[in-house]
Design a protein around this ligand. Structure first.
Ligand SMILES: [Zn+2]
Ligand SMILES: [Zn+2]
Ligand SMILES: [Zn+2]
Length: 124
């Protein structure tokens, strides 16, 4: 594996859906599953669930080093404050920041699992 290549992969991570290792693209890390649960872009898009992992768990999108460098400035990366985008698990709308997502869920999904917002608030 070349060095460049490593920057565009999630080295050492296995997708819990399709079991692919060192996958490319976005990685979705579950903030609610304590044992560590990760999905690749495809499996996240098809909402892979298990006995432990439910579709409305809080998921954090993690970029590869290569795409981070494309999307964010060095300052943002060094401060660790680059924006994390959230997808609504109920209606599948993308690209909320936390404040927008809280408002969206409160207004549109009054019966949402309260742990979803709690988990995001704790970790983001
Ligand atoms: Zn997968
Ligand atoms: Zn989970
Ligand atoms: Zn929604």
């Amino acid at each position: 594996m070349e060095e460049n290549d490593e920057l565009s992969r999630h080295v050492g991570v296995t997708c819990n859906g399709c079991k692919k290792r060192d996958f490319m693209g976005r990685r979705y890390h579950c903030l609610a599953c304590e044992d560590g649960f990760n999905l690749c872009d495809n499996c996240f898009a098809s909402d892979v669930t298990t006995d432990d992992h439910k579709f409305d768990h809080a998921m954090k999108c993690i970029f590869t080093p290569a795409s981070l460098a494309l999307f964010y400035t060095r300052e943002e990366l060094e401060s660790g404050k680059y924006p994390i985008l959230i997808r609504c698990p109920y209606c599948k709308m993308h690209n909320f920041n936390l404040a927008e997502f809280e408002e969206h869920v409160t207004h549109n999904h009054p019966n949402a699992d309260p742990n979803l917002l709690l988990t995001y608030r704790l970790h983001l």
